[in-house]
Design a binder for this molecule. Structure first.
Ligand code: ATP
Ligand code: MG
Length: 460
């Protein structure tokens, strides 16, 4: 069953049950109270009659005596202990009551008696009768007036129930539509997305502020994210294939050249092999970087160990100096010990040192202070507009120049991934033609107190 119909049916049934319950209880309470009042009145009248007829004159016949007390719509009679009726008086319109079986009993009684066509308030009281014996005085009075009132009340309540239920059923229908229409719309959009493979959005109404609107907004946000990720992925694949195409073209053209002229002109050999080798290395580097990026998160395999940052930075700088013949000056203002992955941190530092080397001519500087490592160069700098974009994959400020420096624009993207894995914040400060500073800030969690204690014990 559809949600709309479920809500409609459920709410309607519930409302009908509630209305019927309320009206039935109103009816029965009213009926009980009215009949109780009638019984009371009838019993009081019977008591009054009983005191009126006590010690009657011998000459008056019992029935005549009772006639004075006959109710306008009922009967009054006296039953002797042997079960015979010694005097009865019945109103005209209730003559049938005369035929009622007489049964003697002792003790007072009051109840509602139902006959074929009507109901009566019944009261029985013992009285001391002429012969001195204890007889039973019965008084019955029709409840017709009360029954009429109850009949009208019943009609009114049925009418009210119908009047209340019709709009309730309609509003339940509307409620069902209010809830399920946006859901249906969302489902339709999702089906479109699935069949057409597009990133569609659900129409949102600015005036509405409810959970369904929130759901639509969240869904649209999710679509934005998916679309952005898809575009990024697409751009990534395009860029990667483009980057691979260049070295492949170079290799192909040199191979062609060797095939056609290699035998006649042996001097081409050296140049071609050199070029092919260089491009192969470039391709290897690129694929390594791509693999590292593709692995992201799950493949990182972080091995925490405690590292004295001053020693670590000096070691890294020395290795870098030797590999690239570029001086790296290390200044340690406040050394500290951290708990992190040594080889990942080295890789991270290398990415920044490599950029500093490529994009500047002078010595590179590393400063260690409090929770930070700063890699500073006095090179060409990064334009302010590009400062955030340089972390995107394959983003290079100056493509032509980067080709010369041999970069793919993947270094900083990888740095960001590594930094996230190590819980390190990276920030770039740069000014064009005066230099760039990369700031690596360690999170509080990298400073394990246990590690610090251990280090102090080691030093003692
Ligand atoms: P790769 O690191 O993949 O070999 P790359 O160095 O070009 O190539 P990134 O390290 O991601 O790529 O840097 C992206 C771009 O940011 C660079 O192309 C360069 O334009 C700019 N950039 C990065 N660091 C510096 C810096 N220290 N000085 C000037 N420009 C920089
Ligand atoms: Mg780089």
């Amino acid at each position: 069953m559809k949600l709309k119909n479920k809500i409609h049916l459920g709410t309607s049934v519930l409302l009908i049950v509630i209305v019927v319950l309320i009206n039935t209880s109103i009816y029965f309470t009213a009926s009980y109270m009215l009949k109780e009042a009638d019984l009371e009145r009838n019993a009081a009248d019977a008591a009054r009659t009983a005191s009126g007829i006590s010690s009657p004159a011998e000459s008056v016949a019992s029935s005549d005596l009772l006639r004075a007390y006959t109710p306008s719509d009922g009967m009054i009679r006296v039953i002797l202990p042997n079960g015979t009726v010694d005097g009865v008086s019945v109103s005209q319109n209730t003559a049938a009551l005369r035929e009622r079986e007489a049964r003697y009993g002792n003790g007072e009684k009051r109840l509602v008696v139902e006959t074929k066509n009507s109901s009566y308030a019944y009261a029985a009281i013992p009285v001391i009768w002429r012969s001195g014996e204890i007889a039973l005085l019965e008084r019955m009075e029709s409840l017709q007036a009360t029954d009429r009132i109850l009949h009208i009340l019943r009609l009114i309540l049925i009418f009210i129930s119908i009047i209340a239920v019709i709009p309730a059923v309609f509003s339940a229908r509307i409620l069902g539509a209010i809830i399920s229409n946006p859901v249906e719309e969302m489902t339709k959009t999702m089906q479109h997305i699935r069949t057409r493979g597009t990133y569609e959005r659900i129409q949102t109404k600015e005036k509405r502020h409810d959970e369904l609107q929130d759901m639509a907004v969240t869904f649209n946000g999710m679509m934005d994210l998916l679309e952005e990720n898809y575009r990024k992925q697409e751009a990534f694949v395009q860029n990667a294939s483009h980057e691979l195409k260049t070295p492949l073209t170079v290799i192909e053209s040199y191979a062609n050249l060797l095939k056609r002229r290699g035998r006649e002109r042996p001097e081409l050999w050296e140049e071609s092999v050199e070029a092919i080798h260089e491009e192969a290395i470039r391709m290897k580097e690129l694929t390594q970087q791509l693999l590292a990026l593709a692995r992201r998160g799950e493949g990182w395999d972080i091995k925490h160990e405690q590292i004295a940052i001053d020693e670590f930075v000096r070691e890294t700088a020395d290795a870098f100096e030797k590999a690239h013949q570029r001086p790296v000056a290390v200044h340690v203002a406040a050394p500290f010990i951290i708990h992190t992955d040594r080889s990942k941190l080295r890789q991270l530092l290398y990415i920044f040192l490599d950029n500093a080397r490529k994009y500047s001519e002078e010595a590179v500087e590393i400063k260690v202070n409090k929770k930070e490592i700063r890699v500073i160069d006095r090179g060409i700098g990064i334009p302010a507009d590009d400062l955030q974009k340089v972390f995107d994959r394959f983003y290079r400020v100056d493509r032509a120049r980067s080709r010369k420096t041999g970069g793919f624009g993947l270094g900083l993207a990888l740095a960001k991934e590594i930094a996230d894995a190590l819980d390190i914040k990276i920030r770039l400060e740069s000014e064009e033609s005066s230099g760039t500073t990369a700031i690596l800030t360690f999170s509080e969690f990298s400073f394990s107190p246990v590690t610090l204690k251990e280090k102090q014990e080691e030093q003692l």
